[in-house]
Design a protein around this ligand. Structure first.
Ligand code: F3S
Length: 531
């Protein structure tokens, strides 16, 4: 097995979530030691195959990353995200780096080596990062970090090595932190010799990466999830807390729904900031950077399809902050609760993956909007209306990417970002009741339910009978990242996937369907006519 070929499809689709600044990944080859681009040094294992500005061969099949701007027609606009919360096409690091931020005496001393050479190097990277993005100063972090360093593939070697050196020097995160799901699950999903071979050859550094995490302060693997903010996982810092999170969907949810303040960090930069307990203050961490450049009015005649309107917003706003109206009626009393948070999770992750939105405000619902209302709108903001027609138009741009376009579906993917407890129970009931009605015991296709293990455990404890029924019906709980599975080499030749996740759709060949249609597909194994 050629590792490069494996990586080409298996990890980059999901890794792109934070690893790659658009199609210019090769630039991270050059900058891999500084991490100042927000990349991860992902090109380190590219072995110099690609030149700056070209797509490395292992990433050729990626449709695009969430750092690209996608126009209303679903095609790339050529605009690149800059992590600053404000679209700046063609921003140049050389220009930005002329800026110098102010350091405290203590920070300067760390930079000068007071706490050892490893920490001094980290500080150097962080200061360069801050200068590049025009930060005025560093701020102390609170709450807990969230890392998206989750792929132990060879192209991550230089980053893993650097973190290993930090761990050996005794450095640790300022607080225990959460980490994205692992890219595979050989117990519940890829429990066959062919997939396992590809995994063990392709993710040959997974053990090294997990070993790094455990020494830097991550809890055990049960807590691996992209939805770190769920009650069962517990990484939900108070509003206004500065954190340095990575993982586009977590950053997006944290900034918007929790009201924390973080930029969209690249993998690796999350941990550098965690070990220093500091972040440069710029972009989405500032009042100015949290201002909305778009007024998005949702005027659908019925409850919108959350993933679809998220896609619409992401494509329109790219990485600008939108202020969204017309959604408060779906949140009783303007409250985000465990049984409605999945709506914003679905919408937000779609804005973050079809564009690069790191923060949105929902009028009457999210904390910044509740406090400041329309005062959050920046001068000269632009309007965008999503009505039934616009929603339908967006759906019509979702292509059928199955090689056998008319084939029957073979697997369902539910939970990207990871399912909440409420979603697990909801889907359990929807599917098993539909099966009962059809006089069937088993779904026509396997249904992968992606969730953190503490959510699975709670569901077993509180709904044991339902969970047993789900298992018998072919619904499998797994704590892996579904998009990583959908990105495996040869996946689309073997699997015709269906999902209700706009994010999964965005990064893979898995087809998107609304919940009601998805239930029918799971029961019958067929795509309903006209769907
Ligand atoms: Fe989570 Fe993987 Fe989707 S990390 S958000 S399941 S792409």
């Amino acid at each position: 097995m050629n590792r490069r070929k494996f990586i080409k499809r298996s990890t980059m689709a999901c890794g792109a979530v934070a690893f790659l600044p658009g199609r210019v990944l090769a630039q991270t080859d050059k900058a891999s030691n500084s991490a100042s681009s927000g990349g991860t040094g992902a090109g380190a294992a590219g072995k110099g195959k690609s030149k700056t500005g070209e797509v490395p061969d292992y990433a050729k099949n990626m449709l695009h990353s969430d750092m690209d701007g996608i126009g209303p027609d679903g095609k790339p606009t050529g605009q690149k995200a800059t992590y600053t919360g404000a679209s700046k096409a063609n921003a140049k690091a050389e220009e930005a780096m002329k800026h110098k931020m102010k350091l405290t005496k203590e920070e300067q001393a760390i930079l000068d080596g007071k706490d050892g050479k490893e920490k001094a190097k980290l500080m150097k990277i962080l200061v360069t990062f801050g200068n590049t993005f025009g930060a005025e100063k560093l701020v102390d972090l609170g709450g807990a970090p969230h890392s998206n360093m989750f792929i132990g593939a060879p192209y991550m070697k230089s980053m893993i090595k650097m973190l290993d050196e930090c761990a050996k020097a005794g450095l640790k995160s300022y607080a225990p932190y959460t980490v994205n799901p692992r890219p595979y699950d050989v117990y519940n999903v890829q429990n066959n010799a062919k997939d396992m071979t590809m995994i063990y050859e392709g993710y040959s550094l997974q053990w090294d990466l997990d070993y790094v995490h455990v020494r830097l302060g991550a809890p055990d693997l049960n807590y691996r999830t992209c939805a770190c903010y769920l009650d069962e996982v517990g990484n939900a810092p108070d509003p206004g807390t500065y954190v340095a999170w990575a993982e586009s969907s977590a950053v997006n949810y944290g900034n918007s729904v929790l009201g924390v303040r973080t930029n969209r960090n690249g993998a690796g930069m999350d941990l550098i900031q965690a070990m220093l307990g500091k972040a440069p203050l710029f972009g989405l961490m500032t009042d100015e950077g949290r201002k909305a450049k778009w007024l998005v009015e949702v005027k659908t005649s019925q409850e919108p399809d959350w993933g679809v309107i998220g896609t619409a917003i992401g494509r329109k706003c790219v990485e600008d902050v939108p202020y969204v109206t017309g959604l408060d009626k779906y949140f009783k009393g303007g409250k985000v609760t465990p049984d409605n948070q999945h709506l914003l999770k679905a919408m937000g992750s779609a804005t973050a993956s079809s564009g690069a939105v790191g923060l949105y405000h929902v009028e009457g619902v999210t904390p910044d909007a509740k406090e400041k209302g329309k005062k959050l709108l920046a001068k000269g903001y632009e309007p965008y209306v999503i009505d039934d027609k616009e929603q339908a138009r967006i759906i019509s741009t979702f292509p059928n990417l199955w090689p056998d376009k008319n084939g029957d579906p073979t697997a369902a993917f539910i939970g990207c970002p990871h399912n909440t407890y409420h979603e697990v129970i909801k889907w359990g009931k929807l599917v098993t009741e539909a099966l009962d009605k059809a006089g069937k015991k088993e779904a026509a296709i396997p249904v992968y339910m992606f969730m953190p293990n503490p959510v699975r455990d709670r569901a077993i404890e509180e709904h044991g009978e339902l969970i047993s029924k789900m298992k018998r019906a072919g619904m499998r709980a797994t704590n892996m990242c579904g998009v990583s599975y959908a990105g495996m080499k040869g996946f689309s030749d073997r699997v015709r996937g269906v999902t209700n996740s706009a994010k999964t759709r965005n990064y893979s060949t898995v087809r998107y369907f609304p919940d009601e249609t998805l239930v029918k597909i799971i029961v019958t194994g067929k795509i309903p006519k006209g769907a």
